[in-house]
Design a protein around this ligand. Structure first.
Ligand code: ZN
Length: 599
C-alpha cells in the first residue's frame, strides 16, 4: 500500500521555484511589449513590436554609441520607475472603464477561444490541443510560457511583467472535460456530436477565455498607465480528477504570487468568502493482486482480485451508514478483470473520499485503507494503493471577495433575450429540472459564509486557497439547475449564452485585477485576512507526499479512441463565424421539443 495519509509536518514543500522569480530581475523587463496593440484583440499584441517602438530605436542608437548598458538601465529607471502606488478613486474608476472597453473590444476573441476549446473536448491530462492553443495566444501577446510544469505535459504558466516591484497576480481556470458528455451546443436535448466521446459537460471550455481576455485588457492598461506588476495565467489540468493543482502547489509553481483569482463557470455572476458549500477530497486507486486460473477447470487455484474489489466495496458501503452525513464517497471499478473464464489476477477500484475538513478527509482515507487491507486478507490477495489527486477544502479571501463584489455589481448580469430564456427553459424541462425558470436575472449578492456549509462537490483550487489569498469568480455561461457533469451542461457552452457570460466574467476579473495591482491596501488587507483569520488556527495540510506523481497517462486510451473522429469537428474560426455556424445549428433555436426518438 502507499504509505497512507501522510502525517502533517506543517510545511509546504516548494522545491526550487523556477518560474516566477523573474519579476524582480531588471534585465528581464521587456519594454518591447509596449506597442503593437490591435483594437479587435484578434491579432497578436506586443509581439513584433520590438524595434518599432522607442525601445528598439534607443537600442540601435545605444549600440552605436557604446553606451547600451548604462543607457538601458537609465531608460528602465525613468520609464519603469512608477511602482504600485495607491491611485485615486477617480483614476481607478476611469481605469476600470478602460478595462471594460478593453474586454468588450475582445468579445470576438472571447467567443473564438470559448468555442475552440469546446470543440477540442479533452479529458484530464490529455488537454494537448487546448494547452497548445491557449499558450499560442498568450505567447503571441508577449507572455513567457513555461510548459510541462510539475511534470504534467499539459500544464503551463504564462507570465508577463511590466515595471518593477509591483504585485504578482495569478489568473487560473480549469480546462478538462467530462467522459461521454459529447453534445451539440444549441440543441436542447441529448444529441452528441460523437456518441460516447468526451465533451464539455462541466463548461471548462470557457474559463481561459475569461482570463485571457481580462489579462490582455489589463496588460494594455499596465503599459499605458505604467502600472508595475506581473500577470501569471495557468490552467487547471485534470480538475475532474483533482489531479493537477496540488502537485503544482507542492512543486512551488505559485511561489512569488501574491494573490489568485480563479474563474469557474456558473449560472450567476458571483463570488464568496470563507468556506463555501462543498468538500475537499482525496482520490485513491486500490489495486488488488491475486492469482489467475481457469475459472471452470481449476478455480480453487485462483485468487480473485475482483473478489477483493467487491468485498472492499461491500465493506465501505456498510461503513457508510456510520460516517458523518456530510461525507461524500463514490467509486468506480476501473479494472474488473479481463474475461469471465480467467480468474482476475488484477483488479482496481478507484475511490473519492470527500469531507469538509482536512482531518475528516484523512480519517475517511484511513478507513478506506483499512477496509482495503481487510478485503485483501479475506481473499488472500495483496493490495497496493496510489493517490491520483487531492483537493483541499476551500477557503476564500474576504477582502478580495468584497472588492470583486463591487465590480460584479457594476457589471451586472448579461441581458438575456426572450429566445435565450425560452431555450434555457426548454433545456431545464427536457432534463426534468425541478426549477424551470430559465437564466438568472438577479445577482445573488455576497453573503457571509454558512456556519455549517452544505456538503457537495470539490475543486482543487482549495489547495491554492491555503497558500495565498484566493477567490473564485463564477460567471453566468450555463443554465441553472442542470445535473452537472452531464451532457446537458454542455448545451449552452458554445452559444451566445456562454459568450455573454464569458464577457461579463472577464470584465469582473479585469477590474478586480486592477484593484489588486493599484491598491496596495487591498493586497495588504487580503494578506492580513489570510494570515490572521484564515490560517490562524488551521494551516494547509498537503495530502501528497514527495513521492506521489501525477498520473499523466490517465485518459490517454479514451482520447486515442475518439480524437481522430473529433478532429473533424474542431472549430475553424477562419471559415466560420461561430461553432454553431460550423455545425449548421441556427440561433436562436426554434424547435425546443425533442423528437420522440431523442427522449
Ligand atoms: Zn469544474
Amino acid at each position: 500500500m502507499r504509505s497512507g495519509p501522510p502525517a502533517f509536518d506543517g510545511r509546504v514543500t516548494p522545491p526550487a521555484a523556477r518560474i516566477l522569480g523573474r519579476r524582480t530581475s531588471l534585465g528581464q523587463v521587456r519594454l518591447c511589449n509596449r506597442g503593437g496593440r490591435s483594437p479587435d484583440g484578434q491579432s497578436p499584441e506586443g509581439v513584433g513590436s520590438c524595434g518599432r517602438g522607442n525601445w528598439g530605436r534607443h537600442q540601435a542608437m545605444f549600440r552605436k554609441t557604446g553606451l547600451a548598458i548604462t543607457a538601458s538601465l537609465l531608460t528602465l529607471v525613468v520609464a519603469q520607475g512608477a511602482a504600485a502606488a495607491e491611485i485615486s478613486a477617480g483614476k481607478l474608476k476611469s481605469l476600470k472603464a478602460d478595462a471594460v472597453a478593453g474586454v468588450e473590444s475582445r468579445a470576438k476573441l472571447a467567443q473564438v477561444m470559448n468555442d475552440k476549446i469546446f470543440s477540442f473536448g479533452e479529458l484530464g491530462f490529455q488537454e494537448v490541443e487546448t494547452s497548445a492553443y491557449i499558450t499560442k495566444v498568450l505567447e503571441e501577446n508577449g507572455f513567457t510560457i513555461q510548459r510541462g510544469v510539475s511534470g504534467i505535459p499539459t500544464a503551463w504558466t504564462a507570465t508577463w511583467t511590466h515595471g518593477q516591484g509591483g504585485p504578482t497576480i495569478a489568473l487560473g481556470s480549469d480546462i478538462d472535460c467530462i467522459p461521454k458528455a459529447s453534445q451539440k451546443p444549441g440543441v436542447p436535448w441529448h444529441d452528441p456530436i460523437i456518441p460516447g466521446a468526451p465533451g464539455h459537460g462541466e463548461g471548462h471550455n470557457s474559463g481561459q477565455a475569461v482570463n485571457v481576455v481580462a489579462a490582455l485588457a489589463v496588460k494594455d492598461l499596465m503599459v499605458k498607465q505604467n502600472i508595475a506588476g506581473t500577470l501569471v495565467l495557468w490552467p487547471g489540468v485534470a480538475e475532474e480528477l483533482v489531479a493537477g493543482k496540488a502537485y503544482m502547489v507542492r512543486d512551488g509553481v505559485f511561489k512569488g504570487v501574491d494573490a489568485t483569482i480563479f474563474t469557474h463557470v456558473g449560472a450567476n455572476l458571483q463570488t464568496t468568502w470563507g468556506q463555501p458549500s462543498g468538500t475537499g477530497l482525496v482520490s485513491v486507486k486500490y489495486s488488488f493482486h491475486g492469482e489467475s486460473a481457469h475459472s471452470a477447470g481449476a478455480p480453487w487455484r485462483g485468487r480473485s482480485a475482483l473478489d477483493a474489489v467487491e468485498l472492499m466495496n461491500i465493506g465501505w458501503n456498510m461503513r457508510r451508514e456510520h460516517l458523518r452525513p456530510e461525507q461524500r464517497s463514490h467509486h468506480v471499478i476501473s479494472d474488473g478483470g479481463d474475461q469471465p473464464n480467467v480468474v482476475p489476477s488484477e483488479a482496481t477500484v478507484w475511490y473519492y473520499f470527500r469531507e469538509q475538513t482536512f482531518d475528516a478527509i484523512k480519517k475517511s482515507w484511513a478507513i478506506g485503507d483499512k477496509i482495503a487491507k481487510a478485503a485483501a486478507d479475506m481473499t488472500d490477495t495483496k493490495v497496493s494503493s496510489a493517490i491520483v489527486g487531492t483537493a483541499a477544502p476551500r477557503h476564500f479571501n474576504r477582502p478580495m471577495a468584497e472588492a470583486a463584489q463591487k465590480n460584479i455589481e457594476q457589471v451586472g448580469l448579461p441581458k438575456w433575450t426572450e429566445d435565450e430564456q425560452a431555450f434555457a427553459k426548454a433545456v431545464q424541462k427536457n432534463v426534468g429540472s425541478t426549477k424551470q425558470e430559465g437564466l438568472d436575472v438577479k445577482l445573488k449578492g455576497l453573503k457571509p459564509p454558512e456556519e455549517k456549509p452544505e456538503s457537495g462537490g470539490s475543486d482543487d483550487i482549495g489547495d491554492i486557497s491555503w497558500i495565498m489569498p484566493t477567490i473564485t469568480i463564477n460567471y453566468p455561461s450555463n443554465i441553472p439547475d442542470l445535473p452537472g457533469h452531464h451532457w446537458a451542461n454542455a448545451i449552452s457552452m458554445a452559444t451566445p449564452i456562454a459568450h455573454k457570460g464569458v464577457v461579463a466574467g472577464s470584465k469582473v476579473v479585469a477590474m478586480t485585477t486592477l484593484d489588486l495591482l493599484t491598491q496596495p491596501k487591498l493586497l495588504a488587507d487580503s494578506k492580513a485576512y489570510f494570515t490572521n483569520v484564515q490560517t490562524k488556527d488551521q494551516k494547509y495540510v498537503p495530502m501528497l507526499s514527495a513521492a506521489d506523481k501525477p498520473q499523466t497517462q490517465m485518459n490517454a486510451n479514451i482520447m486515442a479512441t475518439y480524437r481522430p473522429e473529433m478532429k473533424a469537428f474542431y472549430y475553424d474560426p477562419d471559415k466560420y463565424g461561430t461553432y454553431l455556424e460550423q455545425l449548421g445549428i441556427a440561433w436562436p433555436v426554434k424547435t425546443l421539443t425533442p423528437p420522440a426518438a431523442a427522449k
